[in-house]
Design a protein around this ligand. Structure first.
Ligand code: NAG
Ligand code: NAG
Ligand code: NAG
Ligand code: NAG
Ligand code: NAG
Ligand code: NAG
Length: 681
């Protein structure tokens, strides 16, 4: 509590130095990003991104985490070992400057953490040694005012809490904290960090917060290429001055996490890219990231498991994730110049992976590195689902690149693979896919979710797979059987989309609320980003016993692979998706779940697309707005009997074949421009 007594005893009042709210890009980065939001509206209040590239804390906490005052407020460190915690209230990242006055000789210590659990003199872990990163020290002598700015190489990639502490040998030592600022490093080419090119809003406030936490997480993963993590670090502490550009020329690169690993991990892009495209709309950053991965290709055609900084190979699944990202990017942008440049490398990468298809028609995995699941190799189902998605996308990409021979090869390989994986890897007695064609004990979350998201499961298996997946649910999300005891941002992101792909919207929304709702409302988390993973006991120690050396503070709290709800809410709940390059064709297929209203918009190089629905007594109203030169397909939810329709206020009779009583949908074409359809059941 804030009391007058505390005010008096704590001494100096932090000066009210006003930080100019000047817009600005990171250092000397060219300001090529958008300057204003494409869809301004009431939903901007959910946007976590700051109004300025220079930010200060929101409140001051005692060493044991209790609220002392809002920032600015009195902040004095005395003698040896006294601490104050500065809480920004949300995830920030960059270079810290502390202005202070001092009496005596000693040190000012700075330590950083995303989760409240690791406030104190030791930063949370990021350097890869699975030990606390330690702290930075400023040398303090008697001064009225002095500034300490951390070295650029010590840039801190993600934190919510900054602990300041005093170290002194002498009795009289005192530091008065006058001001603290962070120069934000992420989303480097944007002068206005809130200039999102997409938006979302619905009747559930929690889902709105979660959508924006995904968008904000992705901004914190969009880093200046020269601020990657050094690997391995020599000596103590941490270093974020590794150049990741690998001859690419863009100003932004997407790494897996804000605090760590600050390296491009392609698998993570499988969730991150679709969520970036529907929210911030930073497709230039996506293109640059993919270019870096192609620049890291080996002569065999193999693409990396982790990009520059780490540069490791041997992952068939992450190899395929880059190919899927290529499809997602081109579908969104129709960037034919980029595709033409990349296509020879893409084709070589396709040769590398299709060369591992054996006589069964399935992929036999030999590059067994993967996202963290305990097993990989052979006719693994997850890998085969990824290859199905790769092949169906590649068949389209080849058509767009004018390579019809490859297109037909890849589409027939896709058909063969789909038949084989359903015949060999599906356990009819259980109603779900096995981990591979021989396993009889494991029904993994990743493979079964991907089977639905990628349309690889036979139609008659879809409902049972969605039902089976719910057997892994606990109060705070879905435990992954392939990584026991862990709830994984990446895999849960696929699972929510899987239920929605099965048109089980309520199930998908329920899992979002359990998992992402748990995190965003957790008083120990960032309250603004999506976590990498956590344990079924509700602790943050993702993979503690399977790779992270029992270091609970190593977990990343702002991880792009955990941002699935952002794409899911736009693409499946509002239901607006791009289906031909650049958005020349689109699909609007809403699902309501338990919501009464939802709307979303996004931008492609062709312009702005948006859609909105509200349920009514006995039906709903659906509106959309799409650029000219585009055409859409509307898939309208109905009930067991044919509904009545009004389009732009005019009654529209249903034609033969438009109403499907099995699917309980009406499918009609949707014109470009702004229109409304009213559906009465
Ligand atoms: C000063 O505090 C630090 C950290 O709290 C502690 O490790 C150290 O032993 C203390 N030094 C003295 C001289 O008390
Ligand atoms: C603080 O002083 C020590 C000892 O002189 C020196 O090694 C160190 O580089 C100084 N630190 C800073 C941040 O200036
Ligand atoms: C410390 O930094 C602030 C903000 O940039 C600046 O206004 C002030 O003059 C600096 N103080 C010193 C002593 O350099
Ligand atoms: C990471 O930081 C810790 C604590 O300073 C240090 O002991 C360790 O050597 C560093 N890790 C690496 C890989 O250098
Ligand atoms: C964080 O610390 C709090 C307080 O000690 C504890 O209750 C909680 O379980 C910890 N949370 C996680 C997720 O580790
Ligand atoms: C109707 O929907 C069902 C279920 O989605 C689908 O299998 C079937 O092919 C559809 N019928 C037509 C004529 O499109």
């Amino acid at each position: 509590m804030f009391t007058l007594a505390a005010l008096v005893t704590l001494g100096a009042i932090i000066s009210q130095r006003s930080v100019a709210l000047a817009a600005g890009c990171w250092r000397n980065t060219a300001c090529t990003g958008p300057t204003s939001a494409a869809f301004p509206g009431a939903w901007d209040k959910y946007n976590y991104s700051p109004t300025s590239r220079t930010v200060s804390p929101a409140s001051i906490l005692s060493a044991n985490g209790e609220f002392i005052s809002d920032y600015t407020g009195p902040a004095t460190l005395k003698l040896n070992g006294s601490q104050l915690i500065f809480d920004f209230g949300y995830e920030v990242a960059g270079i810290v400057t502390v202005s202070y006055g001092g009496t005596g000789t000693g040190n000012l210590g700075l330590a950083f953490t995303e989760a409240k659990n690791w406030t104190g003199e030791w930063s949370d872990s990021s350097n890869g040694s699975f030990q606390p990163d330690g702290y930075l020290l400023a040398n303090v002598t008697t001064t009225a005012e002095q500034n300490y700015t951390m070295p650029d190489a010590k840039l801190r990639g993600g934190f919510r809490y900054l602990t300041l502490f005093s170290l002194a040998a002498t009795e009289a030592f005192q530091i008065n904290i006058l001001d603290i600022t962070v120069e934000i490093a992420y989303q480097p080419s944007w002068s206005n960090l809130r200039a999102y090119q997409g938006y979302f809003s619905c009747s559930d406030d929690l889902l709105n917060r979660i959508w924006y936490s995904g968008a904000y997480t992705l901004q914190t993963n969009a880093i200046p290429p020269a601020t990657g993590r050094e690997f391995p670090i020599l000596g103590g502490g941490w270093m974020n001055d590794q150049n990741l550009d690998l001859s690419s020329t863009g100003d932004t690169i997407y790494v897996d996490g804000s605090k760590r690993d600050r390296t491009v991990w392609p698998g993570d892009l499988g969730i991150a890219v679709p969520s970036i495209l529907v929210s911030t709309g930073d497709w230039e950053g996506v293109a640059n990231t993919l270019t870096v991965l192609y620049n890291d290709q080996q002569s065999s055609g193999e693409l990396p498991f982790a990009g520059p900084g780490i540069n490791i190979y041997g992952s068939d699944t992450y190899h395929m994730a880059t190919l899927i990202g290529t499809y997602d990017y081109f579908l969104w942008t129709n960037d034919i110049t980029w595709l033409t440049t990349i296509y020879p490398k893409y084709k070589s990468a396709m040769g590398f992976i299709t060369g591992k298809i054996d006589s069964t028609g399935m992929l036999s995995v030999t590059g067994t590195n993967d996202w963290g699941r305990l097993t990989q190799g052979g006719h693994n189902t997850e890998a085969n689902m990824l290859l199905y998605k790769v092949l169906t996308g590649a068949s389209q990409i080849a058509t767009w690149a004018g390579d019809s021979a490859s297109s037909s090869t890849w589409s027939s390989q896709a058909a063969t693979l789909k038949a084989a994986v359903n015949a060999n890897n599906y356990a009819a007695s259980v109603g779900a896919f096995k981990d591979d064609d021989t396993d009889t004990t494991l029904y993994p979350e990743d493979a079964n979710s991907m089977a639905l998201v990628f349309g690889a499961a036979l139609p008659q298996y879809v409902q049972s797979i969605s039902q089976e997946l719910t057997k892994n649910w606990i109060g705070i999300g879905a435990v992954a059987p392939e990584l026991p005891g862990n709830l994984v941002g990446f895999v849960q992101s696929f699972e929510i989309k899987a239920h929605m792909a099965a048109r089980q919207a309520s199930r998908g929304l329920e899992l979002i609320r359990r998992a992402w709702g748990w995190y965003i409302n957790n008083p120990y988390g960032t309250a603004s980003t999506c976590i990498e993973g956590y344990l079924s006991d509700g602790s943050f120690g993702y993979r503690a016993t399977t790779g992270y050396d029992n270091d609970y503070s190593y977990t990343s709290h702002a991880h792009g692979w955990g941002t699935g709800p952002t794409d899911a809410l736009t693409s499946y709940i509002v239901g607006l998706t791009v289906t031909a390059p650049g958005g020349s064709q689109w699909n609007l297929s809403p699902q309501f779940g338990d919501l009464t209203h939802a709307e979303a918009g996004f931008t492609t190089p062709m312009g702005q697309f948006s859609a909105s629905w509200s349920t009514t007594d006995g039906g709903y109203t659906l509106a959309w707005d799409a650029p000219g030169e585009t055409e859409g397909v509307l898939v309208l939810p109905a009930s067991g009997t044919a509904p009545t329709l009004e389009v732009d206020g005019q009654s529209r009779a249903l034609q033969q074949g438009e109403y499907n009583s099995t699917a309980q949908t009406v499918t009609i074409s949707g014109a470009s421009g702004s229109h409304t359809v009213t559906v009465t059941y």
